[in-house]
Design a protein around this ligand. Structure first.
Ligand code: NOJ
Length: 524
C-alpha cells in the first residue's frame, strides 16, 4: 500500500493543557488567577501520561495554548507567542515533552492563535499607547462616535458589539471575541512577518505542525461592511469568510512545507458549511486538514449522520480534500453528554468516529467515556459557558486522581462524575471497558488499509441503522451503527466475522445478522 502522508494516516488527540494532568505540585508555578488561584495541569503532566497515549495508539498530540496569557479566554488570549506560561511550566519542559513524544513515535502540534492577541500583549500595549505608535496599525482601529460602533458585528461570548471604544486615543478597536482579545490586522505585512516568525520559532524547535485557531477569521474585508440583517446577531467569528485569507494560507503552507518531515496544518474553520470548509484546502496548497463542525452538531440519529457523511463525500471528495472527524473538543459539551448520557451510545459513537474516511480527532477523556462535570455557580470561570467539558481528567482512583498538588489546592475545575471508578487506571485494568474499545478500534484501523484510506460506500440498512463499507483493494470492512434503542436486523452478504463490537459481544464470531440496541460493530 502506498504510504499516506502523516496527517492522513494519523489518529489525533487533543490535549487541553489546563485540564489534562499536573505533575509539578502546588508550589511549582502559580495557580490560575482566573480560577481563584486553583491548580491547572502542566506540560510535565502531559509528559507523565505519554505512555497512556502511546498504548492507546495516538499518532499526533495537539496541545492547546500553553503560552503566557492573562487567561481571559484560558490561553486563547496570548501575551507572548514564544514562551511558556509559568502556570504550565517552562520552555525546557516543552522541549522534554516534545523529545519524549518523538521517542515514542508520536508527533506534537500546538495551537497558533493568529486572529487576535491578548490585550496585554506588548504589541497591543504599544498600539494602544497612541495613534502615532509604530504598531498602531497592527490592530484594526476605526474612527467614530463612542455611541455607535463602526458596524453591526457581534463578539463571541459576550453577544455585545465586536468593538470596544478606546477612551484614551478616541477610536474603536475590533475583537471578534472578548474585548481582551483584540484582532490583529493581517492586511499589514508586518503582522504576517511577525506571526510567521512565531511559526518558525516552534518549527525550528522540532514541533510537527499547528492547529490554527479561527483561521478563516484572519483576513477581513477592508470595508468592514455590516453583516446581513439575518446574521447580525451571530458572532462574526463564525461568519467572516474573506477571500484574502486564502492568499495568506498559501504563503503559510509554503513556509511549513519548506521544513522536512511532513509538518502539517489543521485549521479551525468555524464556518458551519462543509462546502465552505472545503475551500480552505485550496488546490492542495492551503490547509492540510480543516475541522468540519456540522457533524459535531448533528444529533445522534442515523438519518442526520447519513446526510453529514454524504455531504463530506460529495463536497470534499471531488477536490481531494481529506476530511477530519471530531465528536468532542474543549468548546462544546462532550458527545456522551450531548447524546443523552448513555455509555452504550458513547461506545457506538467511537466505532463511527474511528471508521469514517478521514483523520479522527479525539478529545482527552472521551476514551474514558467521560461526561461533562456539573459546575456549581461559584466555580464557573468561562464567559463562554464551556467549563463542563474542561473538567480535569481523572487518572487514578485515589483522592487526587493522579494530579500532583491537588491535595493542597483544588484543581481549577471540579472533577467529572464517577471519577472514583471512571478513571484511566481502573478502566485500563478492565478489558471490557470503553478505554479498551478505543484501543482495539485504533489498532484495527492501523492494520487495515480499508479503514485507513479506503473508499466509503453506504449499504442498505433499516432506518435507525447506518451501515457502510470501507474498501481498499482486497481489504473490505463493514461497519454497522445502530442509533436506535431496539435490536436491528441487517442483511449482509455472508462470510463476515465480528472484529470489534462496541459492547464486546461476539467478537471473533461469524456475524449473525443483527446488532443490539445503541450498539455498533466492525465486520471483516
Ligand atoms: C476557538 C477556540 O477553540 C476557543 O476555545 C477560543 O475561545 C476561540 N477560538 C478564540 O480564540
Amino acid at each position: 500500500m502506498s504510504q499516506l502522508p502523516a496527517w492522513q494516516r494519523a489518529v489525533c488527540y487533543e490535549v487541553y493543557v489546563p485540564s489534562f494532568c499536573r505533575a509539578r505540585g502546588a508550589g511549582a508555578g502559580p495557580g490560575l488567577a482566573a480560577a481563584g488561584g486553583r491548580l491547572p495541569g502542566d506540560l510535565e503532566g502531559v509528559r507523565s501520561r505519554l505512555d497512556h497515549l502511546a498504548w492507546l495508539g495516538v499518532d499526533v498530540i495537539w496541545l492547546t495554548p500553553f503560552y503566557p496569557s492573562p487567561m481571559a479566554d484560558f490561553g486563547y488570549d496570548v501575551a507572548d507567542y514564544c514562551d511558556v506560561n509559568p502556570a504550565f511550566g517552562t520552555l525546557e519542559d516543552f522541549d522534554r515533552l516534545l523529545d519524549d513524544a518523538h521517542r515514542r513515535g508520536m508527533r506534537v502540534i500546538a495551537d497558533w492563535v493568529p486572529n487576535h492577541t491578548s490585550d496585554q500583549h506588548p504589541w497591543f500595549l504599544e498600539a494602544r499607547s497612541s495613534r502615532a505608535a509604530p504598531k498602531r496599525d497592527w490592530y484594526v482601529w476605526r474612527d467614530g462616535s463612542p455611541e455607535r460602533p463602526p458596524n453591526n458585528w457581534t463578539a463571541a461570548f459576550t453577544g455585545g458589539p465586536a468593538w470596544t471604544w478606546d477612551e484614551a486615543t478616541g477610536q474603536w478597536y475590533l475583537h471578534l471575541f472578548l474585548p481582551e482579545q483584540p484582532d490583529l490586522n493581517w492586511a499589514n505585512p508586518e503582522v504576517e512577518e511577525a506571526m510567521f516568525d512565531v511559526v518558525r520559532f516552534w518549527l525550528d524547535r522540532g514541533l510537527d505542525g499547528f492547529r490554527l485557531d479561527v483561521i478563516h477569521g484572519i483576513g477581513k474585508d477592508p470595508a468592514l461592511p455590516d453583516a446581513p440583517e439575518d446574521l447580525a446577531r451571530i458572532p462574526w467569528s463564525s461568519q467572516n469568510d474573506y477571500q484574502g485569507t486564502h492568499d495568506i494560507l498559501r504563503r503559510l503552507r509554503r513556509l511549513v512545507d519548506s521544513y522536512p518531515d511532513e509538518r502539517f496544518l489543521v485549521g479551525e474553520v468555524y464556518l458551519l458549511s462543509t462546502a465552505k470548509v472545503a475551500r480552505y484546502y485550496g488546490r492542495g496548497d492551503e490547509l492540510h486538514l480543516a475541522f468540519n463542525f456540522p457533524p459535531l452538531y448533528a444529533p445522534w440519529e442515523a438519518a442526520a449522520w447519513r446526510r453529514r457523511i454524504q455531504r463530506v463525500e460529495e463536497e470534499m471528495g471531488p477536490i481531494d480534500a481529506w476530511p477530519t472527524w471530531v465528536l468532542s473538543n474543549h468548546d462544546n459539551p462532550r458527545h456522551r453528554t450531548r447524546y443523552g448520557g448513555s455509555e452504550a451510545r458513547a461506545r457506538a459513537a467511537a466505532v463511527l468516529l474511528l471508521t469514517l474516511r478521514g483523520t479522527p480527532f479525539l478529545y482527552q477523556g472521551e476514551e474514558l467515556g467521560l461526561l461533562d462535570a456539573v459546575i456549581p455557580d461559584d466555580r464557573v470561570v468561562d464567559p463562554g459557558g464551556r467549563d463542563g467539558c474542561r473538567a480535569p481528567v481523572p487518572w487514578e482512583a485515589s483522592a487526587g486522581h493522579g494530579w500532583a498538588g491537588v491535595d493542597q489546592v483544588e484543581p481549577w475545575l471540579p472533577w467529572p462524575p464517577e471519577s472514583d471508578t471512571r478513571n484511566a487506571s481502573v478502566l485500563r485494568a478492565d478489558a471490557s471497558s470503553i478505554l479498551h474499545l478505543y484501543q482495539r478500534l485504533i489498532d484495527l484501523r492501523r492494520s487495515s488499509p480499508a479503514l485507513r484510506s479506503g473508499r466509503w460506500e453506504e449499504l442498505d440498512a433499516p432506518p435507525d441503522v447506518l451501515a457502510y463499507q470501507r474498501v481498499s483493494g482486497d481489504d473490505r470492512r463493514v461497519v454497522i451503527v445502530n442509533f436506535g434503542d431496539e435490536r436491528a436486523e441487517v442483511a449482509l452478504a455472508g462470510g463476515l466475522t465480528v472484529q470489534v463490537a462496541s459492547d464486546g459481544q461476539g467478537e471473533g464470531a461469524p456475524y449473525a445478522g443483527s446488532v443490539g440496541p445503541s450498539a455498533a460493530a466492525v465486520l471483516g
